[in-house]
Design a protein around this ligand. Sequence first.
Ligand code: NAD
Length: 440
Amino acid sequence: MKVTVIGTGYVGLVAGACLAETGNDVICADIDVAKIDRLNGGEIPIFEPGLEPLVESNLASSRLRFTTDIPASVKASDIIFIAVGTPPDEDGSADLQHVLSVAKSIGQAMEGEKIVITKSTVPVGTASKVRDAIQAETNHTVHVCSNPEFLKEGAAVDDFMKPDRVVLGVDSDYAGNVLKELYSPFVRTGNAIHIMDIAAAEITKYAANSMLATRISFMNSIAQLCEAAGADVGMVRNGIGSDSRIGSAFLFPGVGYGGSCFPKDVKALIRTMKEMGSDASILEAVEAVNERQKWLLVDRIKARFGENLAGRRFAVWGLAFKPQTDDMREAPSLVTIPALLEAGATVAAHDPVAMEEAERHFGQRISYHKNYYDTLSGADALVIHTEWLPYRRPDFPRLVEALKTPVVFDGRNLYRPEKMETFGFEYYSVGRSAINPHQE
Ligand code: NAD
């Protein structure tokens, strides 16, 4: 099949490479000339495990091409995905300007019947706006469909190749059958393709992300209760997660959810619900809990060292919003680090892949270290934002020796409190009692 993907970001690039891998002729188009030049030179602009070899081999076999020529890319394919960004507008709603401008370009370039699919996360009702924008420019038949993407950054290629499910909101049997065929190589092990109304598909994406965000904020509320009651939230998590009606995923408390999707999608769904007269109070609470949670480490550090942190130095492990990505959008580290600097502290940071990205935020206001142990020397405490695997089993005696005082603020509950106690750490985690060997 001939497929064009317009918007070559996380979603567009992964979708394009995976669709090419299954034998389709794919054109990835974007308005970002520098990005397309890099891709044509074989350089992958994002960190995503498994993506580079996929792009390389499909470029080499000419099944995958990159271009900035949007009209030509529209003419060349019968199936066109829109995968451009939908960032939050000032009022929290999804900004559809990129989606609608692509729709207009498609309408202007079309020379025959097309299937146009919104893969970007868009509010309910967007498909009809896309259809209107296209049909304002052309009389050719267009089938507008919704195919929200559920991939996770850090596991994007795997998620696309082996999706739990594919959601297709379609307006005709014809479009449904073509898309079912396009997706058939990805669902060979029986995972479902759900064909549904376009509006249901659009809502499904927001409902899924908002449900996951709700679980995280719910657990962060339970964590707060556990601390007040002297209980261990990990035990509660195991206790509820083993109930098959609940399941164990997304029940980890921490310093709040971040990234390019949950914060913006929760905001956008709140906005849509309000606009349509629905009650958004659950999601407003989810958002408020998350905002509070992002300040948890700052509050703990100031409670321990005082409001004025002049002369204090902090080692920070983890800058990305989650492991396996260099994405720092809405990352909790973007709350903690500026607050520490504002209070007069210095910060020595490490992240396995996000330091280049961090430099765009902090410049030379913090120091960056290739080896995470190098952040520790002379630091008053270690602060952990991201659960990267190497942080899980550090050399604890080396930590004790390098830190000025053996204090750890762990935003991801990486260590067992009893173990930290045996090494003599003062240890603060989430939803578990603090360990302070110097306190009676
Ligand atoms: P991104 O910012 O990484 O990429 C968007 C790309 O679109 C950019 O390369 C940009 O240059 C391009 N673009 C913007 N306007 C354009 C235009 N008029 N013509 C051609 N290209 C244009 O965004 P992303 O993370 O890939 O997200 C894309 C959409 O997918 C969003 O709606 C997002 O919510 C959704 N989504 C993202 C993820 C994720 O994990 N990143 C997962 C599922 C869904």
